[in-house]
Design a protein around this ligand. Structure first.
Ligand code: FAD
Length: 297
């Protein structure tokens, strides 16, 4: 069978190549998902459009006042090794650090993690609690952006359609007295996919006594990564006592809709959500009390 491979050096060219393929060509970033899917014949694909030669798509920046800009093809390792990212957005770094192996993170991109749209994509929950916006180019060439939490349409599908391209993910600078944290549960300590994951971002008042804003997101326990909105409502405008954080975990476990599969039952996943949500909230509160950022960019 004929298989095409392209290395466009502009977005227009990449978009034309995808459109000409009529849904049979796919974008390629690091290739750590798509190449495996091709080998397993899990993806219908007659050609790959490598995005990595397109200027700017693998660039990232992080500066006080500007927040964090992540080009869609930025390798995860670039972010993991940046003090500004670890200090300002610790939940994102915690998620990246558990993805596959160091070798994999040298090529795997944050954009690919989102576009693959797995319910267990590790960078999705932190990006959702960090208020990240996804900028993308639609099938007809228009540029749009939307919150990452609205990016996913179902398991393996996103708003991009067959010829859309993710361009970047942009995170605002966290508000003062904000902390965030991510945890996942895997049976093995490395090279495994989450059975459940959770991220939280908490903004406290200046005294560190009351929750002013909170965001909680869950992975691998619904058809897409989700926000746990009712658990957030349980916590906001209250003192973050251990009992309250426990209650939030119990609410979150009722908000998710996990499935039974080879890696865990739905009941087991719900129990994990209860524990993970309590833990990430506790760590986010601690970080918020410590001043939010752990290092300055
Ligand atoms: C051994 C192993 C371990 C892994 N462990 C983990 C893990 O612990 N946690 C985890 O979350 N994932 C894990 N993964 C999955 C994978 O590594 C990640 O999802 C990775 O971030 C994918 O990025 P990539 O650049 O390699 O994407 P690619 O494989 O290049 O692309 C993934 C999908 O996104 C599309 N795509 C890529 N970029 C764009 C774009 N800019 N616009 C539109 N579509 C685009 C591609 O067409 C493809 O469908 C693992 C994979 C392997 C092989």
């Amino acid at each position: 069978m004929r298989f095409d491979y392209f290395e466009p050096d502009s977005l227009d060219e990449a978009a034309d190549l995808l459109r000409e393929g009529g849904g049979t060509r796919k974008p390629l970033a690091g290739g750590t998902d798509i190449v495996i899917q091709l080998r397993r014949r899990a993806a219908r694909c007659e050609g790959l459009v490598n995005l990595k030669r397109i200027p700017g798509l693998a660039d990232w920046s992080c500066a006080r006042g500007d927040g964090l800009h992540i080009g869609a093809c930025t390798p995860m390792r670039d972010l993991e090794t940046a003090a500004a990212v670890a200090g300002g957005y610790p939940s994102l770094c915690e998620a990246i650090r558990v993805v596959g192996s160091l070798q994999l993170r040298n090529i795997a991109s944050v954009g690919g993690n989102l576009c693959n749209a797995s319910p267990s994509a590790d960078t999705a929950p932190p990006l959702m609690v960090l208020d990240a916006m996804a900028s993308y180019r639609t099938d007809d060439g228009a540029e749009q952006s939307l919150p990452v939490e609205d990016f996913f349409a179902g398991p393996g599908t996103s708003v991009l359609g067959s010829a859309g391209l993710l361009l970047s993910v942009d995170l605002p600078e966290p508000a003062p007295h904000t902390g965030d944290a991510f945890e996942r549960f895997t049976p093995r300590s490395a090279m495994d996919i989450a059975i459940a994951s959770a991220a939280a971002s908490v903004t406290l008042d200046a005294e560190g006594q009351r929750v002013e804003a909170v965001r909680i997101a869950l992975g691998a326990v619904a058809p897409t990564p989700i926000r746990a909105v009712r658990a957030e409502e349980r916590v906001v405008e209250k003192e973050p006592t251990p009992d309250l954080l426990e209650q939030a975990g119990a609410v979150a476990m009722e908000e998710c809709s996990p499935i039974d599969d080879i890696r865990g039952t739905a009941a087991y996943r719900k129990e994990l959500v209860r524990i993970l949500v309590r833990r990430v909230l506790r760590r986010a509160v601690e970080r918020a009390r410590d001043g939010g950022r752990t290092e300055t960019p």
